[in-house]
Design a binder for this molecule. Structure first.
Ligand code: NDP
Length: 443
C-alpha cells in the first residue's frame, strides 16, 4: 500500500460522513504523489497526516432571536487548518448545507490556494448552517453579533483573518467587524471584504470574478486564443459569478446564461448585468425576475445551465454543481475551457472526463484565488494605514493571477503532465507548505 493510500484509508475510516472532505483530500493527495516519491522524508515525518488534520476546529452555539421574538440556535464553525506559511485566512459561509465535512473540505483547499498566491497566508474556513435568505437586516445583524460573541476570542490580525463566502457579503462583514471592535476595543484588520469607509480595499468585491477571468485568459493564451467572440456560461449569480461575467464581457465574450439555486436564465443576446445586479445585489430577489427586464430571455426552473452550447464554462455557484452528465453535454456541445470560480464545483469524475477529452480545466484553488489574494492586499493596506486605487489593486491582482497560472503550468510540465492544471496547482501549492512545515519541526 502506498503512503497516500494509507493516509486516505485512515481519513475515510475516521471521517465517515464527510464526503466533500474525502473528495478534496483524495484529489489532492493522489496528484502530489510524484513529489512524495521524491521526498521520502515527508513520510518519515508524517507530513501528510499532519497536513490533513486541522490545527484546531472550533464548534460553537449561535443563539439569536428573530423579529417575532422566537429564539433560534444555529451551529457555528471555524476550522483553523494550517498556519505554516502565515496567519489563517479563509471565508465564512452562511448556508443551510454547512456542516463539518464542508468546512473541512473548504479549509483544506484554502491551504493550497493561499500558498499558490505567493502571499504569506495560511488556510482555514468557517461558517454556519444559518440561512440568511428571507431574514430582515435586524435578524442578520443579531445572528452576526451572536456568531462573533464566540468567534472574537479565536481571531486576530496576526492569528486568523476571516472574509466572506456564500451568504456572507459586505453587510455581514460590517456587522462582524462592529461586534469584534465592541468586544475587544481593537480597531485592527481582522476581516477582509470590509466596507470602503472602514478599511476595505477597492476591487475586493470584483476580485474573485475578475481573477477567474484573468486566469482563464492565460489558459486561452496557451492556446493562442482569447475571450474575444466566445460564448460563455457562468453558473451562479452571486459575488463571484457577477464579476466573472462582467470581466468576460469586457474582454469581448458573450455571457449567455446564469443561474441561482432555483433556476437558470438564457439570454441569446448576452446577459444584461445591470439587471442581474439590481435583482441580486439590491433586491436580493430570485433570478427568474430577469425576464421582467429582458422579455426575450428564457427562464427555466431547476438545473440545466450546462446543456447550453458554449466555448467556455465558468462554474461559480457551489460545490458539486457540475456532474459527469453535465461534462458530457458540455464536451459534446463544443466547450473547450472550464475554469472554476466556485470551490470544487466539478465532481471528480466530471473533472476526469474533461481532462480525458482535451478540455483545458482550471481548478478552483488556482482559478478563484484572486479573492483571497486581494484580501491579502487589503491586509497589507490596513497594516500600512493607506489605500491603493482601484487600478493599482486590479494590476496587482492581474499580476498575481498570471503568476499562479505560470506556477501551475510549470509544475504540470515539470512532472510530465503539461497543461494539467489540477496536478500543477496541487503540486505548486503543496510544495511551499510542505517545506515550511518541515522547517518548523513536528508541530
Ligand atoms: P454568493 O452567496 O454571493 O453567491 C452564490 C450563488 O450561487 C448564488 O447565486 C446562489 O443562488 C448560487 N447557488 C448556490 N447554491 C446553488 C446550487 N445548488 N445550484 C445553483 N446555484 C446555486 O457566493 P459567492 O459568489 O461568494 O461564492 C460562490 C462560490 O465561489 C462558492 O463556492 C465560494 O466558496 C467560492 N469562492 C468565493 C470567493 C469570494 O471571494 N466570494 C472566493 C473564492 C471562492 P441563491 O441566491 O439561490 O442561493
Amino acid at each position: 500500500m502506498t503512503y497516500v493510500e494509507r493516509v486516505l484509508n485512515d481519513i475515510i475510516a475516521k471521517n465517515p460522513a464527510q464526503d466533500e472532505y474525502i473528495q478534496a483530500t483524495t484529489e489532492v493527495l493522489h496528484s502530489i504523489e510524484p513529489v512524495l516519491d521524491a521526498h521520502p522524508e515527508y513520510e518519515a515525518n508524517a507530513l501528510l497526516e499532519r497536513l490533513c488534520e486541522p490545527e484546531r476546529i472550533i464548534i460553537f452555539r449561535v443563539p439569536w432571536v428573530d423579529d417575532k421574538g422566537v429564539t433560534h440556535v444555529n451551529r457555528g464553525f471555524r476550522v483553523q487548518y494550517n498556519s505554516a506559511i502565515g496567519p489563517i485566512k479563509g471565508g465564512i459561509r452562511f448556508h443551510p448545507s454547512v456542516n463539518l465535512g464542508i468546512m473541512k473540505f473548504l479549509g483544506f483547499e484554502q491551504i493550497f490556494k493561499n500558498s499558490l498566491t505567493g502571499l504569506p497566508i495560511g488556510g482555514g474556513k468557517g461558517g454556519s448552517d444559518f440561512d440568511p435568505k428571507g431574514k430582515s437586516d435586524r435578524e442578520v445583524m443579531a445572528f452576526c453579533q451572536s456568531f462573533m460573541n464566540e468567534l472574537y476570542r479565536h481571531i486576530g490580525a496576526n492569528v486568523d483573518v476571516p472574509a466572506g463566502d456564500i451568504g456572507v457579503g459586505a453587510r455581514e462583514i460590517g456587522y462582524f467587524y462592529g461586534q469584534f471592535k465592541r468586544l475587544t476595543g481593537s480597531y485592527e484588520g481582522v476581516f477582509t471584504g470590509k466596507g470602503l469607509t472602514y478599511g476595505g480595499s477597492l476591487a475586493r468585491k470584483e476580485a474573485t470574478g475578475y481573477g477567474l477571468v484573468y486566469f482563464t485568459n492565460e489558459m486561452l493564451k496557451v492556446k493562442n486564443d482569447s475571450f474575444e467572440g466566445k460564448t460563455v456560461l457562468v453558473s451562479g449569480s452571486g459575488n463571484v459569478a457577477i464579476y466573472a461575467a462582467q470581466k468576460a464581457t469586457q474582454l469581448g465574450a458573450k455571457v449567455v446564461a446564469m443561474c441561482d439555486s432555483n433556476g437558470w436564465i438564457y439570454d441569446a443576446e448576452g446577459v444584461d448585468l445591470a439587471a442581474i445586479k439590481e435583482i441580486k445585489e439590491v433586491k436580493r430577489a430570485r433570478i427568474k425576475e430577469y425576464v421582467n427586464y429582458r422579455p426575450n430571455a428564457e427562464y427555466h426552473e431547476g438545473k440545466g445551465i450546462w446543456s447550453i452550447p458554449c466555448d467556455i464554462a465558468l462554474p461559480c455557484a457551489t460545490q458539486n454543481e457540475l456532474h459527469l452528465e453535465d461534462a458530457k453535454m458540455l464536451v459534446a456541445n463544443g466547450c473547450r475551457i472550464v475554469a472554476e470560480g466556485a470551490n470544487m464545483p466539478t465532481t471528480l469524475d466530471a473533472t476526469q472526463y474533461f481532462l480525458d477529452n482535451g478540455v483545458a480545466f482550471g481548478p478552483g484553488k488556482a482559478a478563484n484565488a484572486g479573492g483571497v489574494a486581494t484580501s491579502a492586499l487589503e491586509m497589507s493596506q490596513n497594516s500600512m494605514r493607506l489605500s491603493w486605487t482601484f487600478d493599482e489593486v486590479d494590476e496587482k491582482l492581474k499580476g498575481i493571477m498570471i503568476g499562479i497560472h505560470k506556477n501551475a503550468y510549470e509544475a504540470s510540465k515539470e512532472y510530465g503532465q503539461e497543461g494539467n492544471y489540477v496536478v500543477g496547482a496541487n503540486i505548486a501549492g503543496f510544495q511551499k507548505v510542505a517545506e515550511a512545515m518541515m522547517a518548523q519541526g513536528v508541530c
